[in-house]
Design a binder for this molecule. Structure first.
Ligand code: C5P
Length: 411
């Protein structure tokens, strides 16, 4: 396909350093462009000629950068019907305000789309957006660019949340009163608080497998699972998944919203492993054609038997609408977690989720997301970095949990 050309004009070679960002973006998007020095005042005839012949020469958009009494964009716009984008360049005397006003204050009938002072990047993006109207490849690249930018902001927001939390901790503002224990599970205890809508979860180092048949301790597991779960829940919240997470109170304790746990364990599988491999004879590590969603009835005495949606409705565990929401959240969580972990060289093989219902009837993600409840494999070595090391006596159990925390939290 013939690439559409952008003309990037500058009033003086001294403007060039301010245009590096603009050039980089045009290059990154693979947009063909020409760069010229043309001055509205010093080479007025050349400016008029260039503009008059721009369409004939295959240009679709013109970007004109100039400083001081910046007339270049206006003069170019006067001689063509192509869209003209003006970049006011900052100069030593008036900080670019002179160029901004000269570029932006065009008389009626001759528009110049003026970007910020030294806003070369935006000029390039605007030019690309204009070209993308009739170029689907460019449009796709713009979508990816916007998504990447959003992800970076989300990452920064997460870091900010962590810092704010640290400040809270330093202030000792953890005044929530821990009251009587209401539940003790295999890996966690849950306590009431003096706020009727909040519970405190306390993570233990105890480890069990095969429905309690194998018992042991993984030193430091409670701390790691607490931190890893909170880190991932915060990330999911930012992506729009409602969770029970409120605030990390200490190394092992987290304040969560009070919910009534829905007794369905939701298992999401991307790669065959564990009980699925055993049940269906699919070798462990086989990438399946699509993601598998399984439901188990959460009942230790029965060994958490697998159930389907008919059982769920018949046993009144959830309504059709609620189950659809749970499935939708679970697939989204799988997408967000898989993408996030991939960057940390972790493959998300499978995992288990639990949901709860608030007093208002809202369904939110509860329980934990940790090496206890997920299968994490190193993407390159395929080394297991999860509870399978404990279940299968593979050794270095603590090391695997620490490795996950290090990759996720950097410590
Ligand atoms: O054992 P199975 O292959 O069915 O486990 C699938 C996934 O769900 C694994 O990541 C496992 O850690 C998790 N799981 C869990 N708690 C259960 C059952 C499974 O965390 N009760």
């Amino acid at each position: 396909m013939l690439k559409k050309k952008v003309a990037l004009l500058m009033g003086s070679d001294s403007d060039f350093p301010s245009l590096k960002g603009c050039i980089k973006i045009l290059k990154d998007f693979g947009v063909d462009f020409e760069l010229h020095i043309i001055s509205a005042h010093r080479t007025p005839r050349k400016a008029a000629e260039f503009s008059e012949n721009a369409i004939k020469n295959g240009f679709s958009v013109i970007i004109a950068a100039a400083g001081k009494a910046a007339h270049l964009a206006g003069v170019i716009a006067a001689h063509t019907i192509l869209p003209v984008i003006g970049i006011p360049i900052k100069s030593s005397t008036l900080d670019g305000l002179d160029a901004l006003l000269s570029t932006v204050q065009m008389p009626k009938g001759v528009p110049v789309a003026t970007v910020a002072i030294d806003g070369g990047e935006n000029a390039a993006l605007l030019a690309i957006q204009i070209l993308a109207i009739s170029d689907s490849d460019l449009a796709k690249k713009l979508t990816v660019y916007k998504e990447t930018m959003a992800n970076e902001i989300n990452k920064k927001d997460l870091e900010l949340q962590r810092e704010v939390e640290q400040i809270w901790k330093m202030k000792g503002n953890n005044s929530m009163k821990k009251m009587e224990q209401i539940y003790e599970g295999k890996a966690k205890k849950v306590f009431k608080t003096d706020d009727l809508q909040l519970f405190i979860v306390d993570y233990k180092d105890d480890a069990t497998a095969f429905n309690g048949e194998k018992k042991g301790t993984i030193e430091g597991k409670g701390i790691i699972n607490n931190k890893v779960t909170n880190h991932l829940m915060k990330m999911l919240e930012l992506k729009g998944i409602p969770t029970h997470f409120v605030k990390e109170l200490s190394e092992r304790e987290t304040l969560v919203k009070k919910v009534k746990i829905i007794p369905i364990e939701v298992i999401v599988r991307n790669i065959a492993a564990g009980s699925l491999s055993k049940r269906l004879g699919i070798p462990e590590g086989t990438k399946m054609k699509s993601t598998v969603l399984e439901f188990c009835y959460k009942d230790d005495a029965l060994g958490d038997p697998m159930i389907n949606d008919y059982h769920i409705f018949a046993m009144d565990l959830a309504t059709k609408q609620e189950l659809e929401l749970i499935a939708d959240y679970s697939f989204k969580i799988n997408k967000y977690l898989s993408e996030y972990l991939k960057d940390l060289q972790i493959e998300l093989i499978d995992f288990k989720l639990e949901y709860g219902k608030t007093d208002d009837g809202e369904i939110i993600l509860a329980d934990e997301i940790s090496p206890d409840t997920c299968r994490f494999w190193d993407s390159v070595t395929k080394e297991k970095l999860d509870k399978d090391r404990f279940r299968r006596d593979l050794g270095n159990v603590e090391g695997a949990y620490q490795e996950i925390m290090k990759r996720l939290l950097g410590k």
